[in-house]
Design a protein around this ligand. Structure first.
Ligand code: SF4
Length: 376
């Protein structure tokens, strides 16, 4: 079970912060991030009956996006002439639907959190190693759940009244990547802000932090950023915010503001870690940036995830990104089996040990107060 790290009060954090010099790297990230604008937004009749669905409808209509209310609750006509066309159509479509009753039966998600729930499934970005490849069936349309208030209410059934219980919201989507269209993440943060023992965790590769800074999180949400070496971010993470923009957003999220906003517990999810050429120098560059920008944060966690793939995810990703430079050569990998009979390709024992040693020793040295939650 992932234990949420201890938290400092906003007041303590503020005093720690004002003693810190402003980072010289901040200005580098000043360019605004491009937000995802879908080419079509579909609503099912059931989604339109939900008041939260209506809110999303008003929001996207106000933005002038092409909105279509479907005649029935099934999403059809999502495929193009071939896989390439299906991918292109899907990644430019947002469908607002209601999550099925099975969404109310939560699943554990070790080592990240106690439970997972979903505010959406599908992601607008184009990472060549995407974790969703092979785990979500059908065309990769972004499906947003209009019955989010009921989904959140249901999480109360899973909160241990005696100790903090954590909920992961980013297993099947990047929730910040769609926040400007849905407001779903703010809804979740506000909800968990009111739960004595409920803790929310989410991860993002986006940087549009501003709309969340004022949401009353009460220290119950850990806002994590998925980060990587600059070369990996540039080559393999299409449609996301740049590394500098993510780190700037991370700093903003952690920074307690005079108006009461910010001050989130934060986290760095360094993933997927790859022994690319000059990997030590590349990841040193990332840790240098982190140290300069969020070294002040007293509630900072790290999650370290090495790259892995399955035969199924390789097949899907090779179709989506046929020209990728992502290394998925089985011959250089070790096989890791799970208790259900499946397996994945991971790095060999020696490579894993070398990478792990580098990250654990560098992080402990640079961020003595941070917690490394796990290496995998
Ligand atoms: S941000 Fe995450 S979910 Fe989205 S494409 Fe990249 S890896 Fe996949």
């Amino acid at each position: 079970m992932a234990k949420p790290a201890g938290r400092n009060t906003l007041c303590q954090q503020y005093h720690m912060l004002i003693e810190e010099p402003v980072s010289p790297l901040l200005s580098v990230a000043a360019k605004p991030q491009k937000l995802w604008i879908p080419k079509r937004v579909l609503f099912t009749p059931e989604a339109m009956e939900e008041s939260f669905g209506q809110q999303i409808f008003d929001r996207v209509s106000h933005l002038g996006l092409p909105v279509e209310v479907l005649k029935n609750n099934r999403l059809t006509n999502l495929r193009g002439e071939d896989e390439k066309e299906t991918y292109r159509l899907s990644k430019t479509t947002m469908a607002v639907v209601t999550a099925p009753p099975s969404a109310m039966k939560l699943q554990p998600i070790p080592p990240s959190a106690d439970w997972q729930f979903h505010l959406a499934q599908g992601c607008p970005a184009h990472c060549h190693y995407c974790y969703l490849a092979g785990s979500l069936a059908g065309p990769p349309v972004v499906r947003v759940f209009a019955n989010l208030p009921s989904i959140l209410e249901n999480t109360k059934n899973y909160i241990d009244p005696l100790k903090p219980t954590s909920f992961e919201a980013s297993c099947y989507t990047d929730p910040l990547g769609i926040e400007h269209l849905t407001g779903s993440l703010a809804e979740c943060i506000r909800f968990f802000g009111k739960q004595e023992n409920g803790r929310l965790r989410f991860t993002t590769k986006f940087a549009n932090a501003d709309s969340l800074l004022q949401v009353p999180h009460n220290g119950n949400t850990r806002w994590r950023f998925s980060l990587n070496a600059e070369t990996v971010a540039k080559r393999l993470e299409g449609g996301t915010a740049s590394l500098s923009q993510r780190i700037e957003a991370m700093r903003k999220a952690a920074l307690p503001r005079a108006d009461g906003g910010g001050g989130y517990p934060i986290g760095a999810v360094i993933a997927p870690i790859m022994p690319i050429e000059n990997w030590e120098a590349e990841y040193t560059g990332l840790l240098d940036k982190l140290e300069a920008n969020v070294g002040f944060a007293k509630d900072l966690s790290f999650e370290l995830i090495s790259h892995r793939f399955t035969p199924g995810s390789k097949e899907v990703l090779s179709g989506w990104y046929p020209n990728t430079s992502l290394d998925m050569n089985e011959a250089t990998r070790a096989v890791k089996r799970n208790k259900f009979g499946g397996f994945k390709y991971v790095y060999t024992k020696d490579v894993m040990a070398e990478l792990r040693h580098f990250f654990e020793s560098e992080i402990s040295r640079r961020f003595p107060n941070a917690k490394i939650l796990y290496w995998t």
